[in-house]
Design a binder for this molecule. Sequence first.
Ligand SMILES: [Fe+2]
Length: 462
Amino acid sequence: MSIHSLLDQHPNQQIIASVLSRYFFTLVTLISCFFVSDVIAQEHHHHHHGSLHHWEIPSKDPDRIILTFHGDPATSRAVTWRTDHTVNKSIAQIAEATVNSKFTENAVALDAVTEPFDLGMYKGNVSLVVHYHSVIFKGLKPDKLYAYRVGDGEYWSEWIQFRTAKQEYSPTKFVYFGDAQNDVLAHWSRVIRMAYQTAPDASFVIHAGDLINHAHRDYEWAEWYKAGGFIHSQWTAIPAVGNHEFMSVAEGEPRKLSVQWRPQFTLPVERKLDEKLHETVYTVDYQDIRIIVLNSNDQLEEQTDYIEEKLMSSSAKWNIIVCHHSVFSPAKGRDFEFARKNWKPLLDKYNVDLVLNGHDHTYARGHVPVRTTDQDSAHEVRTVYVTSVSGPKQYQLDRDQLNGYEKDGYQSVKSGEQTQFYQVITVEDNQLTYVAYTALGDEYDRAIITKDFITGKKQLSE
Ligand SMILES: [Fe+2]
């Protein structure tokens, strides 16, 4: 058919309509240009509303699979995953891994606990009922490589391997991240993946709060899970809550813990504590390392007692505290005075080894030196404090503020800004080696604590 005949067959109306629609389109474009940029920003912000990315849509296939500690790390582990609302019965299978696929014949199946909730309770989300499933593996053998998978009997995850802890004290390696928080998929992915390249054999990973920016916004959690991918299902996570994990669900309502937090992380519950603190304040004992995780947002007095109880009862060789807010703030205008007044004296008293913080979007390492006239004790230290950031948001470093903490008995050693970091901490014999890496995988900072386990005396070398 020739063009001529085409035109002949189509009446002029159509050409007019096409011209009109083009004019109309130009008009619409012009009008929208007059709207304030705010509208466009908001549009961008909620771009997913009603049109989810395929990787945030729940299905029958398990996604957001993550390991956490629940009980003795030598004999137990928890796994949590998500599906759509049609999956009501889920299981996890586990077996000691073998060199071939025959381990599946010995796999034990455990029924999952299923927790449904509507993401739409937060207006920034699409109204969608999701199911979170969790299983706690118990009675595992220490220091064994296990393979597990999760699913409903038809739709399965891949088999995923992890190693149980040893029962006795032995070398351990783990990773620690400051705030990931913003543009997590775009800009945190390379950091967690570089950390995985540096320490693939890490036994666990500490997230020191502000994992995402808007507590309940499911798109951001989707980003967090996608950024880490299978790493989340292979490394065991120790997540701490930041201030950004607390927001109101609807306007005018009080701030509330991220609606996803408890369903998606199966964490130890400290029954003696107020219910509000459950799964945000807990302790992990890993091969003679005690990690006390705090919620620095809420009910701080109650946690002062908790810290004392956990430190007093600790027989661990190393004691580590994790909380979001920085005890010695490197960022301009920040101040967590409560912790310095109420928590630091306890950390001094019980000779805590390491405090890991976030919140300030800068980098700082310092410590509490032991003041002495003895030359041999010149490098003697008590607690080493670190603040770090893994995500793209960066604040201004305030060196004067850091130096000002000298009056609180703190000595600033190394600081940094405008850099994304991850840290790898190794414990072996009587040494704890702390190394901070930049997003490029380059070493930025290193500190070695050498401890006399009998006297508790510690020397710091850099
Ligand atoms: Fe933050």
